[in-house]
Each structure stands twice: as C-alpha cells, then as structure tokens.
Design a protein around this ligand. Structure first.
Ligand code: PRP
Ligand code: URA
Length: 210
C-alpha cells in the first residue's frame, strides 16, 4: 500500500461505518449515514485544494485573504451506489459539478461493464473526485480512472467508504498517482467478490432493492 492511500480512522467515521455494516440498519438511516461519511471524507480529501489571494474589505479593514482557485471541482459518482455520496459532498461544496459514470459488475466474471457516461464540460481542467462506497476487486474503479485519464483528466482522487486489500492493491498498481480516501480497510473478498465483513451490496442497501 502506498502513501496515496488515506485510511480515515476518525472516531466519527468508525462509528458511522459500524452503523452501515449492521444488517439491521434500514434504508433511511443507511442513506443518511452514507451521505454523512461522504461529507467527513470530503473535508480530508479537499485539504490540498489550491488557493489564491483575494482582496476583501471587512467591516473593520481591508485585507488580502484566501479563496479556492481554479475551475470548480467535479464529483463523479459511479452508478448506482456512488449516488449515495453526492449530497454529502455537495453539503461542503455546493457549486461542484456532477458527472455520472454507470458501471455494473457482471455477476459471473465480476468485471465492470460501462452503461452510461455524462461528464461536466472542461473536465480535464478540474479536480475530479470519483465516488463509490465500495472498492472490492478494483475493477470498476480502475475502468473509471482509465477512462477519465484517456480523455485527459490528470487530477483524480477517489473516495470510498469500505475497501478490500485486493482493490486497493489493484488501484495502486494500475494508477499509483491516484489518491484514495477510505474509512475502513477490510479483511478480504469472498468467493463472490464481496468485501468481508463489508456491508453487503451498497447499491441495494441505498436504494432498497434487496
Ligand atoms: C458495486 C459498487 C462498486 C463495485 C465495486 O457496484 O458500488 O461500483 O460494485 O466492485 P469492484 O471493485 O469489484 O468493481 P455494482 O456493480 O454492484 O452496481 P450497483 O452500484 O448498481 O449496485
Ligand atoms: N459491491 C458491493 O456493493 N459490495 C461489495 O462487498 C462488493 C462490491
């Protein structure tokens, strides 16, 4: 695992991930907590955003202060489950642009299949945050990152909630420049490529399609 992997072990995050893991947590609470975790992860993932000087006059005196520089950030949820993290990010960055990439894992091969893509304009010049609660084999993440790089994106970060070591390793090997923010690194994948202990199928739990 390289220094690009950030395991965010803040007590609030650990507590909230435990709520998601609990099989008795219902859809309503699951959705809310996914969004809350995304907000907390976003705070960390935006730590190095570029700033520029701006002249502002307060009611007391003029001064030079900081504001975010450059084009608006783009968040790209991987459909479906990544959608659950969007509102949590927009809480902190309400003017972020939102793109969508649809990836579904083939249930037999576990390989991702792309079915939708719509991205904001000038995506190449933006900081891009890929959102997906689960990083399992890393197939969906790597396919998404490869596509974004192919069209010219260079400033890519990924925010997941739970990751398996296999997925982290694959992203590290294929895309060593991409920083990954996760709230929990779990033990392994099972024979169905589900994360153990994990939280089950994130999309099904967010959308109530169990
Ligand atoms: C889940 C999850 C990730 C992917 C992770 O989505 O949200 O996108 O699996 O697995 P991987 O790392 O092995 O690619 P899924 O394909 O189940 O689709 P869904 O979000 O529509 O439920
Ligand atoms: N996708 C999920 O939603 N959960 C897993 O454990 C693995 C992939």
């Amino acid at each position: 695992m390289n220094e690009k992997v950030h395991i965010l072990d803040h007590p609030l995050l650990q507590h909230k991930v435990t709520i998601l893991r609990d099989e008795n947590t219902g859809v309503n609470q699951f959705r809310k907590v996914v969004a809350e975790i995304a907000t907390l992860e976003c705070y960390e993932a935006t730590r190095n955003l570029p700033l520029e000087d701006v002249a502002v006059t307060t009611p007391v005196a003029p001064g030079t202060f900081k504001k975010l520089a450059g084009k608006k950030l783009a968040i790209i949820p991987i459909l479906r489950a990544g959608l659950g993290m969007v509102d949590g990010i927009l809480e902190l960055i309400p003017s972020a642009k939102v793109g969508h990439i649809g990836m579904a894992r083939n249930e037999e091969t576990h390989e991702p299949e792309e079915y939708y893509c719509k991205l904001p304009p000038e995506i190449q010049q933006r900081d891009v945050f890929i959102l997906d609660p689960m990083l399992a084999t890393g197939g969906s993440a790597c396919a998404t990152i490869s596509y974004l790089k192919k069209i010219g994106c260079t400033k890519i970060k990924m925010l997941n909630i739970i990751a398996a070591p296999e997925g982290v390793k694959r992203v590290n090997e294929e895309h060593p420049d991409v920083e990954i923010y996760i709230a929990a690194l779990d033990e392994k994948l099972n024979e169905n490529a589900y994360i153990v202990p994990g939280l089950g199928d994130a999309g099904d739990r967010i959308f109530g399609t169990l």
